[in-house]
Design a protein around this ligand. Structure first.
Ligand SMILES: [Ca+2]
Ligand SMILES: [Ca+2]
Ligand SMILES: [Ca+2]
Ligand SMILES: [Ca+2]
Length: 231
C-alpha cells in the first residue's frame, strides 16, 4: 500500500513538472507598454542616441517599400526612432488598394553580419485591427535574396496599444546558425486590410551576436525566401 501511494505521488509529481515546464516554455513575452518597456540599445542604435528626424546616429542604413523616411510623417523608419506614441512615433497606415503581394517591408542593413538572438515588435496607438496578423522577420546577406527567420500567420500578438512583445531564438524561432547583414520586417496581412487605414507598427528592435560567420550554404536556403516572396 505504502509503495503504491509513493508511486502515485511520484507520478503526480512528474505530471506537475511536465505541466509547469510547458507553462514556463511559453512563447513570445509581453514586456509592457510604452517607450519605457522597449529593451533599448538594439543593433540599429546601441547607444540609443539616434536623431530620427535627421536620420543620424544610427548603426544601420534603412530602406522600405512604403513611405521610406523618418521625418515629417507616419513613415516607415519610425519603427526605429526609439519611441512609442502617436503620429510621428509610428509607421502607419498602408498604401491605397491594400497590402501588395510582396508585403509591406522595412529593412535595416548593417556593416557586418549578426545572428538574430531576439527581437521586439510593438503595436502602435491606433485600433487593433491595424496590427500585423501575417508577418515575417527575414534575413539576407545581399539585400535581395531573403531567408525567413520568424513567420507568423494567425491572431495578432498585441492585446494592448503601444505594447512591446519579445521574440527569442530557441523559443519562438530557430536558434540561428548563420549571421545576416540585412534584417527586414514584412507584413502580409492585418485584420482590416485592405479597407481604409489598415496597417501600423510602433517599433522594432533587433538584437544579435556578431560572432557567427556567413555560411556558404545560406545561398541555397535563399531559394525558400524567393518562393515566399513570389507567392
Ligand atoms: Ca547611435
Ligand atoms: Ca532602437
Ligand atoms: Ca518619428
Ligand atoms: Ca517608433
Amino acid at each position: 500500500m505504502k509503495i503504491i501511494s509513493v508511486l502515485a505521488g511520484f507520478v503526480l509529481m512528474i505530471a506537475f513538472c511536465v505541466i509547469s515546464t510547458s507553462e514556463i516554455a511559453q512563447a513570445e513575452e509581453v514586456l509592457g507598454t510604452g517607450t519605457d518597456s522597449l529593451l533599448g540599445g538594439d543593433l540599429t542604435d546601441p547607444e540609443d542616441d539616434g536623431e530620427p528626424e535627421a536620420d543620424e546616429g544610427y548603426n544601420a542604413t534603412f530602406t522600405s517599400n512604403e513611405e521610406p523616411g523618418f521625418a515629417g510623417g507616419e513613415f516607415s523608419f519610425n519603427v526605429f526612432d526609439n519611441r512609442l506614441g502617436p503620429s510621428n512615433d509610428k509607421w502607419c497606415c498602408g498604401k491605397g488598394g491594400g497590402i501588395p503581394e510582396e508585403g509591406l517591408w522595412v529593412m535595416a542593413e548593417f556593416d557586418e553580419p549578426y545572428a538574430l538572438t531576439h527581437f521586439t515588435v510593438s503595436s502602435a496607438n491606433d485600433v487593433p485591427g491595424r496590427d500585423p496578423t501575417v508577418w515575417e522577420v527575414q534575413g539576407s546577406n545581399d539585400g535581395e535574396e531573403f531567408d525567413t527567420i520568424f513567420a507568423h500567420d494567425g491572431d495578432s500578438f498585441w492585446d494592448q496599444r503601444l505594447q512591446v512583445v519579445l521574440f527569442e531564438a530557441g523559443e519562438d524561432y530557430d536558434k540561428q546558425k548563420i549571421g545576416y547583414q540585412f534584417f527586414r520586417h514584412v507584413t502580409f496581412d492585418t485584420a482590416t486590410n485592405p479597407a481604409g487605414a489598415y496597417f501600423q507598427i510602433g517599433e522594432i528592435e533587433f538584437f544579435g551576436d556578431d560572432s557567427y560567420p556567413v555560411e556558404p550554404k545560406s545561398k541555397l536556403a535563399t531559394t525558400w525566401g524567393r518562393i515566399k516572396n513570389a507567392r
